[in-house]
Structures are given as C-alpha cells and as structure tokens.
Design a protein around this ligand. Structure first.
Ligand code: LLP
Length: 463
C-alpha cells in the first residue's frame, strides 16, 4: 500500500519526511473521477458541485463537517451490481458499510437485498419497508432476542456462525413453530491481502466455523438433523478492500469442495453459496478497483468451473458488497481551521471533525485523498496532514496529501470515498457531534441522517 517519497519539495522542506505519498499531482485542482462520486465536477467559480449543488451552498445549508452522498451515484452502483449478477444470483448490500432508511428504500427500489448484522440494522431495514425475506442476518454473537426478532419477522436467511448458534436458532425457530432458512459461515483458511483487522477467512479469528479439521462438515451434519432449520447453503467472506480475485478463487474451490463432501455424505446438494463482500474501491488514484460486471463474470466462472469439476449443479450465487456500492458515493466536507506549518516536516491542517467521523485512518492506517473544494488555487503544492479536533495525536484523517500552499482558515476541503464505514463507525469521542448525511440529487439536497445535537448527548446522559 505504501508509496515512495517524492524528491520535489513543498514550501516548508528541502527534504521531504518519510511518508505514504507520491509526487504532488500535476494539477491540484483536478478531481480524479476514480475517487469522487459520479456527479462531481467544478463549476465556473471553481467550487465543487455534486448532484447539481455546490459545496458552498451545502455548507451554508447543512453546516460542516457533513457527509455528502450522491444519490444518483448510489443507485447507479447498486443497479450495476444487480445487473451484473442478473436474475440467477442475489446481491445483498452489506448494511454495516452505511445504513439509513433512505438507503434501504433505494436498495429496495433497485432490486437489491440486504445483509444486516445486529438488531439495530434489522430494525432500520424493517422500518423502511425492506421485505423480511430479502434480509440476511449475520453476526458472530447474535443474542437470543435478536434471533427471535429475526425469525419472527421472517428473514430470508440467518447465517450461522458457531455450533452454539446452530442449536440456538433451531430452538427459537421451533418455539415459534417455524423452519428457518440458514446458511453456515465457514472459514476457508484464505489469507486475504488486506489489513489484518479486516481479513476474515484465516482460521485464527472469531468469525465462522473452520473448514479445517472437519469442523464445518460437522456443523453441516448437526444443522441437517435439526427440524427448526432448513440448510440452504454455505457462506464465506474472506475480508475487505480486496483487489486480487485469487482469494475468491481459493475460497470458492474450498466451499465447493465441502458442497461435494456434503453431497457424498448426505445425498444433498445445497442450492446456494454466498461469497461475501470485500471488493476494494479507490481511496487514492493509486487504487484500481474492478467493475461489478468483471467481478460477476469472474465469480460466476470460478463457481461454475469448480462445480463442473465436482459434478455438482451450480448453486445460486449471492454476494454482499457494502463498500463497493456506498464507498465512492460520498465525501466528507470539512471547514479548515488552524493551519500549522512545521518546518522541515509538513503542514498540519486542522478540520472541524476528525477521528470521530473517520476512524479508518487511525484504525487501519487507511489512505485517503483530499482536495480544496470551495475554490481552485494556482499556489504551489504543500505537503499536508489533515487532522481533526480531538485530543489525540493519532487523530489523523489524511496522513499525507498535497494541498495548495495558500490554503486558509475558512476554506472548504473534502475527503472523497468516505461513504463506507465512516458514518457507520462514527463516535462521540470528546463529545464531538456526529455529522449529518446529506443526500444530493438533481440540484436538491436533503438530510437523510441529521446532525447530532448537544441535546441528543444530554438526553442519553440521564444523570
Ligand atoms: N459480508 C460480511 C459477512 C461481512 O462481514 C462484510 C464486512 C461484508 C459482507 C461487506 O464487506 P465490504 O464489501 O463492505 O468490504 N470497518 C472495516 C470493514 C469491516 C468489514 C466487516 N465486514 C473498514 O472500514 O474497512
């Protein structure tokens, strides 16, 4: 992930410090379409516009910081996934990336299904009218209450994550007089090429039931015996922000291997296989994500080939992209506050948010891009670090990036590709208020998740 230091210097340093940056871009005002939402451009005054609304207006109407979400882009990406996989497969949007009622409605309208992983996500999905049978319920430690609510609501599938859960779900289903459709999540032992904390298919971690040592086969044996369960398939999710398809290839090979063993042992061909989510997006110009149709083609071919080899009917495939749909559709709009040049190092640019609205940099060493968006500038590039307002030196939003050296307090800057895992992982650290999510479309903006207020904070604090 790391890039080499560049020999050309900003205004404050003859020799640049070590860092994750490449050359300053030829044009600091250019907006790389790879990292920005589809309807983003600059207007005649040089201000960034999205969905036909300029950032000055957005800041005036909604304040900063704010997540600005391009609705047309969201729908387009959702539709692209749906179309790419066609009618013989299902696309479950992973709600953990970002979930709100508006998003649920868009997904419903675009024909996608939804993956939820908590009672809160389930409640959001149901309250926005997502049909329960289009919801998959995930999680490594679902409570009995959550399981009860999910089965009662009639969710399309529960993804079983442990031996205890197999029994628990069967028990609750039976007590409700139902037979619940379930998949079993297996860990296939693939090392995804991504950050350790977002890799999920190696064996030494909390998710799923390992294929190794026959544990997954034993889980299948038990699930098949229980009246409350209808085992419809196997599930594998290998991690996140993955560009290399070879991990999916190995995973599919191993999942199909188990399908074959199940057929041989029980005479049952499970009809479904879910390959999870995890497809990477461009956070900086150095990232080259694949298009949904390429991914669909690759995954379908892999599974079909593996099944032909094993003389199995090809199961119905499902996938669970989160980041790849919502990630690129939003940016975070900040106002620049304090600017602190450190000679020989870099310039610290403080914004009115920080690790409370984007924890990914601190948590995963994630890389982001940033641009001055309220105007253009012809000033020389300066090496900047965009930091937040929290009482912590690790409160970094963009570690290394070039911004124009005439940047001034009051300027608006934006960090693209923050649609996934930023609002959903936001916190109140230092009692900083969580920003709103503002959807823009055809010249109009509307708040879909409002800004938190001090009243909200005090309401929870019951003294
Ligand atoms: N399916 C399952 C079972 C998952 O656990 C996940 C993500 C997804 C699908 C969606 O993955 P996506 O397509 O969005 O990569 N907070 C981290 C990512 C954690 C992902 C957790 N599971 C981050 O900010 O990178």
């Amino acid at each position: 992930m790391s890039r080499s230091a560049h020999p050309a210097g900003p205004r404050h340093a003859d020799v640049l410090p070590e860092g994750h940056y490449s050359a300053p871009p030829a044009d600091l005002n250019a907006l790389d379409p790879k990292v920005w939402a589809h309807t983003v451009s600059r207007n005649a005054d040089g201000a960034l516009t999205v969905g036909g609304v300029d950032v000055g207006t957005l800041a005036e109407q909604h304040g900063t910081p704010a997540y600005i979400l391009d609705e047309a882009d969201f729908r387009e990406r959702a539709r692209a996934w749906r179309t790419a996989f066609g009618n013989d497969a299902d696309v479950f949007y992973a709600g953990k990336a970002f979930l709100s009622r508006a998003v649920v409605r868009w997904l419903h309208e675009e024909g996608l299904n939804l993956d939820v992983c908590s009672g809160g996500e389930l409640a959001t999905a149901l309250s926005a009218g997502m049909p329960a049978d289009r919801i998959a319920f995930h999680g490594n430690n679902k409570s009995v209450d959550e399981i009860h609510r999910a089965i009662e609501a009639g969710v399309g599938r529960i993804v079983l994550d442990s031996f205890q859960e197999i029994v628990r779900v069967a028990h609750v289903a039976q007590s409700l007089g139902k037979r619940q459709r379930v998949q079993i999540r297996i860990t296939v032992g693939v090392e995804a090429h991504t950050h350790e904390f977002i890799a999920t298919a190696h064996e030494d971690q909390k998710f799923g039931i390992p294929l190794a040592g026959g544990q997954a086969a034993e889980a299948v044996r038990r699930a098949l015996q229980l009246d409350g369960l209808e085992l419809i398939g196997l599930h594998s999710h290998i991690g996140s922000q993955i560009f290399d398809m070879s991990g999916f290839e190995v995973a599919a090979h191993r999942v199909v291997g188990l399908l074959k063993d199940i057929r041989d042992e029980h005479g049952v061909e499970l009809p479904e296989i879910d390959l999870g989510g995890g497809l990477g997006i461009a956070y900086t110009s150095d990232d080259d994500p694949r298009e949904p149709h390429e991914i669909a083609k690759a995954l379908t071919e892999i599974v079909t080939r593996e099944c032909e080899g094993a003389r199995l009917r090809t199961p119905r495939i499902s996938v669970e992209p989160g980041r790849a749909i919502v990630g690129p559709t939003a940016f975070t709009l900040y106002e620049v506050g304090t600017i602190k040049p450190l000679d020989g190092l870099r310039t610290y640019v403080s914004v009115d948010g920080g690790m409370s609205d984007n924890i990914r940099t601190a948590l995963y060493d994630a890389e982001y891009s940033v641009a001055l968006v309220s105007r253009t500038s012809d000033a020389a590039p300066m090496l900047a670090r965009v930091v937040g307002k929290h009482c912590e030196s690790g409160d970094i939003v963009v570690k290394d990036a070039f911004l124009p050296s005439d940047l001034a307090p009051g300027d608006l800057i934006a960090v693209p590709a923050t649609g996934a895992y930023c609002r959903s992982m936001a916190s109140n650290y230092n009692h900083v208020l969580r920003p709103p999510v503002v959807a823009v479309r055809e010249g109009e903006s509307r708040v879909i998740v409002r800004r938190e207020t001090e009243e909200d904070l005090l309401r929870l604090d019951v003294g």
